[in-house]
Design a protein around this ligand. Structure first.
Ligand SMILES: CC(C)(COP(=O)(O)OP(=O)(O)OC[C@H]1O[C@@H](n2cnc3c(N)ncnc32)[C@H](O)[C@@H]1OP(=O)(O)O)[C@@H](O)C(=O)NCCC(=O)NCCS
Length: 210
């Protein structure tokens, strides 16, 4: 049984280590990180997933931002340990966190990433929403958690250091659990190697710099 729960300060080192493993060196130089500097994360939506042995297998984080004055969530980074990728853990974290965001009353989410992956969760290109340069506009994707929440919204994405980032929803809440059908050993599957992970990270970096 895997457990999903909001991260705590004690998890910080493990999560940063997982991100360092899954992304190319220099990930914090990406332009999207400028939106996160000096801003508290949305604590209730920063989730981690541990396997039955307690090992960290995946993590997702969210920050508050503004787009032309409108509140929005910036999704990312999300990462799954290389030995567990392709087994549904990333998808589970996406669905679980987005559902929590909806329950908390957030209306809209954006991210910088691969449309072929994120479209399965309902994300689509956001025309006219500008991430700090250099960011490839084709990779700026949005999701509406409320009806027409992105309609008519365009402009620069900016930091939101004054945002309310806790809702209290997570206080006392039971963690989520999932029962995977195929994650048995924690070893790489046949045909999967580190190149896939490296390619994902490099792709994100290239795009934000292109
Ligand atoms: C991207 C990532 C979070 C996905 O998590 P995951 O648990 O491996 O993915 P899931 O098991 O939920 O989904 C697997 C599916 O997503 C697809 N997929 C994974 N990464 C993809 C990408 N970058 N582009 C398109 N499809 C992708 C797989 O091909 C697979 O497709 P299928 O269902 O048709 O077989 C994970 O692979 C990862 O951590 N990658 C390295 C870090 C990264 O690139 N993070 C995202 C940028 S913030």
């Amino acid at each position: 049984m895997f457990e999903i729960r909001p991260e705590t300060p004690a998890d910080e080192y493990e999560i940063e280590t997982l991100y360092d493993l899954c992304f190319a060196p220099g990930r914090t130089a990406l332009s999207s990180y400028r939106l996160r500097e000096g801003v508290d994360r949305v604590a209730d939506l920063c989730l981690l997933l541990r396997d039955p042995g307690g090992f960290l297998q995946a993590a997702i984080r969210y920050w508050p931002v503004r787009v032309a004055g409108h509140r929005a969530l910036l999704l990312g980074p999300i990462a799954v340990h290389p030995t567990a990728q392709g087994e549904g853990l990333g998808g589970f974290l996406m669905h679980d966190s987005l559902e929590r965001a909806r329950e908390m009353g957030w209306a809209r989410v954006l991210l910088v990433g691969d449309a072929p992956y994120y479209s399965r969760f309902g994300f689509a290109r956001l025309d006219g929403v500008e991430m700090p340069p250099p960011t490839n506009p084709d990779r700026v994707l949005g999701l509406e958690l409320q009806d027409r929440a992105w309609a008519g919204i365009a402009g620069e994405v900016t930091r939101d250091p004054g945002a309310e980032t806790t809702s209290g929803l997570a206080d006392g809440a039971e963690p989520s659990h999932i029962y995977p059908t195929c994650h048995e050993t924690g070893q790489p599957r046949d045909g999967q190697d580190d190149d896939e992970t490296a390619a994902g990270a490099a792709s994100d970096q290239r795009s934000e710099r292109s």
